[in-house]
Design a protein around this ligand. Structure first.
Ligand SMILES: Nc1ncnc2c1ncn2[C@@H]1O[C@H](COP(=O)(O)OP(=O)(O)O)[C@@H](O)[C@H]1O
Ligand SMILES: [Mg+2]
Length: 296
């Protein structure tokens, strides 16, 4: 398990991180989300030792991390750092060597990782001749080439086309399945929702929500139901007893149930208006949780 324990960091008057703690268990994908300037990059830099915290520490399997443990981490920094003139494979092999792999293993891993990210055909080309999306894949290969113990990726999906997103999603799942803890930051909340086991939501340097996505959704005290009915007009919606309309569609809408009202009562009410075309309990999306917590 990778643990961030009570991390705090200021830049002059700016409090970038204020007592941030969370952990990334082996085999899990944790989404690190929050608005711009929330402190995600700062936290990840501290995990990798690029930056020192004012307070707090980072632990790997219960021990404070040092150079040797960090060398076994895979990191994709916000500021992308590739050697543009170097050929893709040479670059990967070079980076693997920096992480301590011997020449043969580095070579093998370089080829394997290029294959994994779908850039094997470009392996002999200079990095700068690749499209930005493919350079991004090289960047990801660079984070993976030494078979890291843990993965820390800062906005890895930024700049990827849908195919690239699928490739990376598959790669991260594969890494997690093989027992690697994975944490990545992202603005793409739907993607985070699909891919992650749990999330950490950070706002103004503080963790404001964290946990498994289904539990975060369940913490919503509102009960919402989406109903669509084949009826000449939508007046029936406003006549349903015990609910408040929160959203309208042509054939219905989303209603919030008053205390003590059962879904079945609402269904009965809707049935008397016409043929039910849709009836479902609405769960909060991650975007809604995000907006509520961040207050925008
Ligand atoms: N090197 C730095 N010098 C001064 N301020 C910084 C520095 N790095 C980050 N900050 C500030 O710290 C806050 C958190 O930034 P950052 O960690 O980059 O957020 P995020 O990655 O979530 O967008 C921001 O207010 C940012 O301006
Ligand atoms: Mg950032």
């Amino acid at each position: 398990m990778l643990e961030l324990v009570g991390l705090s960091r200021q830049f002059g008057d700016v409090v970038a991180l204020d007592d941030v703690s969370f952990s990334v268990p082996e085999g899990e994908i944790v989404g690190f989300v929050g608005p711009n300037g929330a402190g995600k990059t700062t936290a990840m830099r501290i995990v990798l030792g690029v930056l020192a915290p004012d307070r707090g520490e980072v632990r790997w399997r219960g021990r404070t991390v040092d150079f040797q443990t960090r060398r076994r981490f895979g990191y994709m920094p916000e500021e992308r750092g590739l050697y543009p003139k170097m050929r893709v494979l040479d670059q990967l092999v070079y980076l693997a060597r920096l992480h301590g792999l011997d020449r043969d293993t580095a070579r093998r891993q370089g080829e394997r990782t290029a294959e994994l990210l779908g850039i094997a055909e470009r392996a002999r080309d200079r990095t700068e001749t690749l499209s930005l999306g493919n350079q991004q894949r090289v960047q990801l290969a660079a984070a993976l080439v030494h078979r890291p113990d843990a993965l820390v990726l800062d906005e890895p999906f930024g700049g990827l086309d849908p195919v690239g997103v699928d490739v990376l999603s598959g790669v991260l799942r594969g890494q997690a399945e093989s027992g690697v803890p994975v944490v990545f930051s992202s603005h793409q909340l739907e993607l985070v929702e699909r891919l992650c086991d749990s999330i950490v939501l950070i706002h103004r340097g503080r963790v404001v929500a964290a946990g498994r996505i289904d539990q975060l959704r369940a913490s919503d005290s509102r009960r919402l139901v989406r109903i669509e009915v084949g009826a000449p007009n939508a007046l029936w919606l406003d006549r349903l007893p015990g609910v408040r309309v929160v959203e309208r569609f042509p054939d219905g809408g989303v209603v919030e149930l008053d205390d003590g009202v059962r879904e079945g009562d609402v269904l009965d009410g809707a049935r008397s208006a016409g043929e039910i075309r849709h009836f479902s309990v609405v769960r909060r999306t991650l975007s809604e949780i995000f907006r509520e917590v961040v207050g925008s």
